[in-house]
Write a protein that binds this ligand. Structure first.
Ligand SMILES: [Ca+2]
Ligand SMILES: [Ca+2]
Ligand SMILES: [Ca+2]
Length: 651
């Protein structure tokens, strides 16, 4: 009964403006929660106790009965909850053998860098055997590795390195693989056999007879379904196969025939492949293009052609995801592990949220949240940013954990999306300090931008005409030739010349003690994310001016305050203590600056304190800082002693 009630309200986030009294109530509750956690671990109490405390907290801070996003298990957090995933596009990460293409050995040689960043998992884009017509998302053998990336020995060596205390903290770095359940390459053996009508491969793909024949004797596609890579009324997703005398459907390129996932043998094949990689220690999968898994069995026309109601997010799609999750759970039970699954689904909030499944029949651990890509651009102001974040979190219920990502291989990089290099730090702050897991596209941590002026003549066929290639250029390790990515004169695609300014080696050590770089900020944020306040603490969001967005996370002792000006000019003057009254008690001794940028406050706690207390704080464009304040009684007493002295030195 109690558990039932708590399920309704547990973890209710606080989005409304919070009064000082409420904050104090919350502090008491948070303290109780921390105490409860200690006691639970000491006495081996069950989770029920913690949920009870959580319930009290929820009642104290939010309207009872309203739903809120989940928080990780307090007593037994799973590895994927609160993880920081580093997305590696393997072609462009590090080339170990000088052939100009990044490879698996290259990842292994750079594991120290993953440790330096503090990331807890990596997601590697496809490295399967493939004709590479679609950057490896056209797989011709799911159990083989493309020779460009190395071989199975290289993969096992990488896994072994990541499994065996790679960073000296007795933790492993988890490995998430890309998986493509919707289609294969037309060079896959299954497709060849399907063309030849060899059972059971006969039914492995979506084959249809022509609707008829035109006056020139050409076959007419069975319906008007389009491919997402082609546009317009004429853009058919059907390709005629002369040998089989039938059309096959392809949601993407014609070289990527869609699998027939209504056929249980096909789903069993996919499970067999997943098991193959899980047996080698792979910890999780990112499922590609999931909305496309199932098509309408009646093959009805879509009207208008771009509507996709019969080719995307069909109810059975969710059943496939649940079936895969169930398969993982069964495997995990036997092998005492947790296999994680996320899905890539660009869909409406409702359709996307359904990929979580239900408590009784779970789907993905989460569908990717693309909010920082779709809702944060050069026009975004503080109000729209706050609304987007609040909306996303409010629509989740208490078992649905949020997640964020900074970018990915399909989108322009951050400076191109948001219009300034310092936007990188704003995205890092949001990605890493909002509740839930974070995913970072390699290079975002050093501020890499898309290379729009890339010489297309120097790109291989698959990349030359791909609009996404500018965001996939080689990683910047240092200032040497080709950014230290390869010893080859010609990397597989050109390196962005900005590497000379933005690279790991240059950003590792800031130019002065009070300065920071994208990389130092990023590393600091990753460390902060591992603090209790950021794993379990409540969130409050505020707008301080039209352009200044602010949020807080806290534990029983510390309140972390993040302030950012998303605007393109100096912000209006604001007084932060109007919104966060606790900061009125701040002193130069109990304020700490964690990540300054654009020289705002830098690392000077005193200067920052002055800004906060001056009631006349303004922020430069696209700047953000994270600071914390210790909210104890001593602080209030300290205030009196130091206020005069400090404030006079602020002049
Ligand atoms: Ca190589
Ligand atoms: Ca592992
Ligand atoms: Ca499909």
């Amino acid at each position: 009964m109690f558990l039932e009630i708590s399920r309704e309200v547990f973890g209710t986030p606080i989005f409304t403006r919070t009064t000082h009294e409420e904050l104090n109530d919350r502090n008491t509750i948070m303290k109780a929660e921390v105490e409860g956690k200690k006691q639970a671990s000491q006495k081996g109490l069950t989770k029920r106790f913690l949920i009870t405390v959580g319930l009290l907290a929820a009642i104290a801070v939010g309207p009872p009965g309203c739903e809120g996003y989940g928080i990780p298990d307090l007593d037994d957090p799973k590895w994927w909850q609160n993880m920081v995933v580093y997305q590696i596009y393997p072609q462009s990460f590090y080339d170990s053998d000088g052939d100009g293409v990044g490879d698996l050995k290259g990842i292994k040689e750079k594991v120290n860098y993953l440790c330096e960043l503090g990331v807890t998992a990596i997601w590697i884009n496809p490295f399967y055997e493939s004709p590479l017509k679609d950057n490896g998302y056209d797989i011709s053998n799911f159990k083989k590795i493309h020779h460009k990336f190395g071989n199975m020995c290289d993969f096992k060596a990488l896994m072994s390195k990541l499994d065996n205390n790679p960073c000296g903290d007795n933790k492993e770095i988890r490995v998430i693989m890309d998986f493509v359940p919707n289609h294969t390459s037309d060079e896959h053996e299954w497709f060849q056999k399907s063309v030849d009508r060899v059972p059971p491969y006969n039914d492995y793909y979506v084959w249809m007879d022509p609707k008829g024949w035109d006056k020139n004797g050409r076959p007419i596609p069975p319906n008007n379904w389009a491919s997402v890579f082609t546009y317009g009324e004429e853009a058919s997703g059907w390709e005629w196969n002369e040998k089989r005398q039938q059309f096959y459907f392809h949601a993407f390129m014609r070289e990527q025939p869609d699998l027939n996932l209504r056929f249980s043998e096909v789903r069993d094949e996919l499970k067999d492949i997943l098991k193959f990689w899980m047996d080698m220690g792979v910890d999780g999968f990112r499922m590609d293009a999931v909305p496309h898994l199932i098509e309408d069995p009646q093959f009805r026309d879509e009207n208008p052609w771009w509507d996709h109601r019969y080719t995307q997010n069909l109810p059975q799609t969710y059943e496939v995801i649940k079936e895969l999750r169930n398969f993982f759970e069964e495997y995990d039970k036997i092998n005492n592990r947790v296999t994680y699954m996320t899905v890539e689904a660009y869909a409406s909030p409702d359709d996307t949220r359904r990929y979580y499944g239900t408590l009784d029949a779970p789907g993905a651990h989460y569908p990717f949240n693309f909010l920082l890509l779709t809702d944060f651009n050069s026009d975004t102001n503080a109000v729209s940013l706050k609304n987007s974040i609040d909306f996303y979190l409010n629509q989740l219920n208490d078992f649905q954990l949020p997640n964020w990502l900074s970018g990915n291989h399909d989108w322009p990089r951050i400076p191109s999306r948001l219009g300034a290099s310092t936007s990188v730090d704003l995205i890092s702050i949001l990605n890493l300090l909002l509740p839930g897991s974070s995913c970072v596209y390699m290079g975002d941590e050093i501020g890499m931008d898309s290379y729009w002026a890339i010489d297309r003549d120097k790109c291989p066929p698959g990349a030359a005409d791909d609009y996404r290639t500018p965001s996939r250029t080689p990683f910047h390790w240092n200032r040497t030739q080709n950014a230290g990515f390869t010893t080859n004169e010609d990397p597989w695609i050109p390196v962005n010349p900005e590497y000379y300014r933005l690279n790991v080696e240059s950003e590792r050590y800031p130019s002065c003690w009070y300065c920071s770089t994208h990389l130092t900020n990023f590393k600091q944020l990753v460390q902060l994310k591992k603090e209790y306040a950021f794993m379990y603490g409540p969130l409050s969001t505020y707008t301080l001016t039209d352009d200044v967005f602010c949020f807080t996370r806290e534990d029983s002792e510390t309140i972390y305050v993040t302030v950012m000006n998303v605007g393109t000019n100096w912000s209006e003057t604001f007084d932060i203590t109007n919104e966060i009254p606790d900061l009125a008690y701040a002193t130069s001794k109990n304020v700490e600056v964690w990540t300054p940028n654009l020289n705002e406050c830098r690392r000077s706690t005193r200067l920052c304190f002055c800004r906060i207390r001056s009631n006349g704080w303004r922020m430069p464009p696209k700047s953000g800082i994270v600071l914390s304040y210790i909210k104890n009684d001593a602080g209030k007493h300290l205030q009196k002693d130091h206020e005069t002295e400090i404030l006079s030195s602020c002049e």
